[in-house]
Design a protein around this ligand. Structure first.
Ligand SMILES: Cc1cc2nc3c(=O)[nH]c(=O)nc-3n(C[C@H](O)[C@H](O)[C@H](O)COP(=O)(O)OP(=O)(O)OC[C@H]3O[C@@H](n4cnc5c(N)ncnc54)[C@H](O)[C@@H]3O)c2cc1C
Length: 459
């Protein structure tokens, strides 16, 4: 094995394999260093889900029944109110896969394009030349290794071991995630006690509790997943409330899995001299369902395309040269992602009565908004006017409190403000300071999910 590469990727899970593959495909020499052994990689939890339609829009290896990765697929899902009423239907197919086996498949796929992988290689620091990154240090087999490269990609997940090791003045956010910035996810694999309960084995969202009940495959009937802010205890409280209000047939929990996932706006900038952050290390989350493995792909495609062009043209990828990656992401998919995150952070918190009313009246929680459909059903001005009319009627007839409606609307308004601000994302790195200062103010005013999780209506 040589000790110089064009690109060194730290972390060989989903974001690392995908980026390594796309860089190696362009002819660059690429090394992934992964701290775990191959037989342990991504084994923290088992089943994970991906929207099949979105998956198909990216260049990913095919999965199919019998390959040890694919577990199940279902075609439709339903969203319910807090008391299990007023179902909204969606025909968005979802694939369930075994995570560890999937990552081995992704590793093999990266290798097939020419990337090399070193397992049990633990990143320990960066090498700098004239103050700019020029390589990485890692421990492998009890030995400290030093390898040189032109670009380091931090794909080490939410610990972001590379980014957080950078000096504070390196031109990128270096802080780690705090407990306030993540979702605590508990997956309960359940088996129903009575055979007639099988009708419950369909994909069901209960947004009020940030809870999802979905068919599971062979080992259990369903997975009951709850995502909550501020710790697992909070999630357990929500679980009790959910079981009290939604009458699910008796079941046994056969297995539990826990983990945290970022629930935070993405980094303001992903690049610096000889450096890029991707995946969870860049705080990529799909705000409406937590599918981080899909959320990370649009930025990764942009990074491989524009980053590849820089590496082909120039000797060293400076922050200025890589800046186009930020601009391209926030001119497209990134802008939609921040709008969704900002709006949802408030919309998800309201009282049970209001949730019932909103579902009943197809207001905010409407078919068109909740359910991705094979046939796109865009919201029309008429839809929006009808919803606004409903909200006013609800307030006037005292079915919903004016305070709650103001809070919900303020989420939409702040989301739009943030969206408009990202429309003005700077084209050049030199204008970034002013832009990020204003962003910080807007996000502070908007707040995040955890800010309301211990209020009366928050969960
Ligand atoms: C319980 C739970 C359920 C989830 N369910 C879903 C789901 O159904 N669908 C979905 O799309 N997403 C889901 N997510 C989110 C998803 O798991 C993450 O968004 C995704 O794994 C992030 O990918 P990543 O490659 O950026 O980071 P990770 O998958 O965390 O990978 C980081 C890699 O870096 C390695 N690494 C870390 N430190 C070092 C070091 N010092 N040196 C070398 N290597 C290092 C790690 O060993 C690891 O292999 C879930 C998350 C949780 C917690």
């Amino acid at each position: 094995m040589k000790d110089y590469y064009d690109v060194i990727v730290v972390g060989g899970s989903s974001s690392g394999s995908y980026f390594a593959r796309n860089m190696a495909k362009q002819g660059f020499s690429v090394l992934i260093i992964e701290k775990d052994a191959a037989e342990k990689i991504s084994s923290g939890y088992d089943i994970f889900h991906m929207s099949a339609r979105e998956r198909n829009s990216f260049d990913l290896p095919e999965v199919k029944p019998g390959d040890g990765v694919y577990e199940f697929e279902y075609k439709e899902s339903f969203s319910y109110s807090a008391l299990g009423n007023y179902p909204k239907y969606g025909d968005a197919p979802v694939i369930g896969m075994h995570r560890h086996e999937y990552m081995l498949m992704m590793n093999a796929w990266a290798r097939k394009s020419g990337a090399e992988i070193l397992y049990e290689a633990d990143f320990s620091g960066l090498v700098y030349t004239y103050g700019r990154i020029s390589g990485v240090r890692f421990r492998h087999g009890g030995v400290e290794c030093v390898y040189s490269c032109r670009l380091v990609a931090d794909c080490s997940g939410k610990s972001a071991v590379v980014r957080t090791a950078l000096p504070d003045d390196y031109g990128i956010e270096t802080r780690p995630l705090t407990e306030k910035d993540v979702f605590f996810v508990k997956l309960r694999y359940i088996k129903f006690r009575e055979p007639q309960a099988k009708k419950w084995m369909k994909s069901q969202f209960y947004l009020y509790y940030k809870t999802w009940l979905a068919p599971c495959g062979d080992d259990a009937d369903c997975i009951l997943g709850i995502g909550s802010s501020l710790g697992y205890d909070n999630g357990d409280r929500v679980y009790e409330e959910f079981l009290k209000n939604v009458k699910i047939p008796p079941f046994d929990v056969v297995k539990e899995e826990l983990g945290t996932t970022p629930y935070h706006r993405p980094l303001y900038s992903f690049v610096s001299d000889g450096f890029i952050a991707l995946g969870d290390a860049a705080w990529m989350t799909k705000a409406n369902n937590g599918e981080g493995c899909i959320a990370q792909l649009p930025l990764e495609d942009i990074a491989a395309d524009l980053g590849g062009k820089v590496l082909k043209r120039e000797k060293y990828p400076t922050r200025e040269l890589l800046w186009k990656i930020n601009k391209a992401y926030y001119s497209g998919p990134g802008r939609d992602a921040v709008l969704m995150l900002a709006a949802l952070s408030r919309a998800a918190n309201h009282s049970l009565e209001t949730n019932e009313w909103l579902f009943k009246n197809d207001t905010i929680f409407a078919d068109k908004i909740l359910c991705e459909s094979a046939v796109p059903k865009p919201l029309t001005a008429g839809d929006i006017l009808r919803m606004a009319g409903n909200l006013i009627k609800g307030t006037l007839t005292r079915k919903v409190s004016g305070r709650e409606i103001r809070f919900l609307l303020s989420g939409a308004v702040r989301g739009i403000r943030i969206y408009l601000h990202y429309l003005r994302y700077p084209s050049k790195a030199e204008n970034f300071k002013k832009w990020s200062k204003k962003s910080a103010k807007l996000w502070k005013k908007t707040g995040q999910m955890s800010d309301w999780s211990n209020t009366d209506s928050g969960r």
